[in-house]
Design a protein around this ligand. Structure first.
Ligand SMILES: [Zn+2]
Length: 133
């Protein structure tokens, strides 16, 4: 399983978590705690242990103590509605790889789509009146 795929799994788990928590990401001040919060949301058939998705396969292959993925704590507890999807093109992403500079934003397809929907799509439960636009 490649680096991009692992990051995509982490991002998908973020989305699944948010769907069940009013659109918010978990509050987590370090990688350990975000992995713990996301563990129930990893696809069961693909990944059983969060430790597997926490390390780039490249770093894991060449280093005795490979660096793990980086969790950007500015996404901690954030609502998907408040995230600007454009920032992913500037490498500001929830998870990034210390070995692959661009991989973090390449792996955000699912996440970007969900964030875009949360931000721009109309909420069917709300009327336009009083939206303040
Ligand atoms: Zn990598």
């Amino acid at each position: 399983m490649g680096c991009e795929r692992r990051l995509a799994i982490l991002n998908s788990a973020l989305v699944e978590y948010a769907k069940e928590h009013d659109g918010r990401f978990p509050s987590a001040d370090q990688l350990e705690s975000i992995l713990k919060a996301l563990e129930p949301y990893f696809s069961q058939d693909r990944i059983r242990y969060s430790v597997l998705v926490a390390v780039c396969p490249l770093g894991g292959a060449y280093e005795r103590h490979p660096k793990r993925y980086e969790w950007d704590t500015s996404f901690s507890g954030v609502s998907m509605r408040d995230i600007d999807p454009d920032q992913f093109f500037q490498e500001k992403v929830p998870f990034s790889c210390p070995y692959h500079e661009q991989m973090g934003s390449r792996a955000t397809f699912t996440l970007t789509e969900q964030i875009f929907n949360a931000r721009y799509s109309k909420d069917p439960n709300k009327t336009d009146a009083g939206d303040g636009l």
